[in-house]
Design a protein around this ligand. Structure first.
Ligand SMILES: O=C(O)CCC(=O)C(=O)O
Ligand SMILES: [Fe+2]
Length: 257
């Protein structure tokens, strides 16, 4: 099992990724390289904050739903800032469509039942977080599992497969590779091995199945329920990102950050 590289996103490869038949879909040049570079410069001039669980290491424009676990303050801010954050990030790319807006439209067009922003108890979620990895930061192997963050009653619980999508706006010349494993751990083993951190030390894991070094403008989709990590890079690394939720073949895909 490995990744597929293709010119365009299509239904067949999306289904393969969802079924676990491939590790990733890699679309080179998804967003024009010059636009990506210009937008990255604009974005990085603006101030960013850090993930609550990775201070000084992983920065972001917009809040991540995963952080709503860490404090009530973030939880209350998440929904009120969702729409203003979407607007603010869209503005960075004007007059172009933002890469996440392009992806959102394409998913809606490709998926038989369409695709839309996820709503949590009828509240609009945020989508389109831009993530900054500081130089020389090793993002630990981790899994992004929205179902671990919500109560049994939540409508998010019905998400069967969670994909991560990243469009690379600035990549380090050296390092910054995305490492993918072909499996994820269950909640209990993850808690045990992560030892209070957001991720798991490499020493507890076999070698990753593959390692992808994206270029500026590329799109990579992978299953975020599988372990994945990012190797340290020599400069700031910037991506536009979202998660994509699959429930079944007859329901729309949904996206959020
Ligand atoms: O930036 C990347 O290559 C992947 C980041 C990540 O951990 C994610 O999108 O879940
Ligand atoms: Fe992740």
């Amino acid at each position: 099992m490995n990744y597929i590289q293709q010119e365009k996103l299509d239904l067949e490869s999306l289904k393969k990724l969802i079924r676990g038949e491939i590790l990733a879909i890699w679309v080179p040049n998804y967003f024009p390289i010059n636009k990506a570079k210009n937008c990255a410069d604009t974005i990085l001039q603006d101030e960013y904050e850090f993930y609550a669980y990775a201070p000084g290491e992983v920065g972001r424009y917009g809040l991540s739903f995963s952080e709503t676990q860490s404090s009530e303050k973030i939880a209350s801010q998440y929904f009120t800032s969702a729409k203003p954050s979407i607007d603010r990030i869209r503005q960075y790319f004007t007059p172009s469509l933002s890469p996440i807006d392009i992806l959102r439209l394409e998913l809606d067009e490709i998926w038989p039942s369409g695709a839309n922003i996820e709503r949590y108890n009828k509240q609009l979620m945020f989508v389109g977080l831009c993530r900054v990895i500081e130089p020389e930061t090793y993002v630990l192997p981790h899994q992004d599992m929205v179902t671990w963050n919500v109560s049994n009653e939540s409508s998010l619980r019905s998400i069967k497969t969670q994909l991560a999508a990243n469009i690379y706006l600035q990549v380090p010349e050296n390092g910054g590779d995305l490492e993918l494993w072909s499996f994820g751990l269950d909640y209990g083993s993850y808690q045990e091995k992560s030892d209070g951190l957001y991720g798991i030390n490499h020493c507890h894991l076999p070698e990753p199945s593959t390692s992808l070094k994206a270029f500026t403008g590329d799109l990579i989709l992978f299953n975020s329920q599988n372990l994945h990590s990012i190797r340290p890079g020599n400069t700031h690394r910037l991506t536009a990102s979202c998660f994509i939720g699959y429930r079944n073949d007859n329901l729309p895909l949904t996206y959020w950050s």
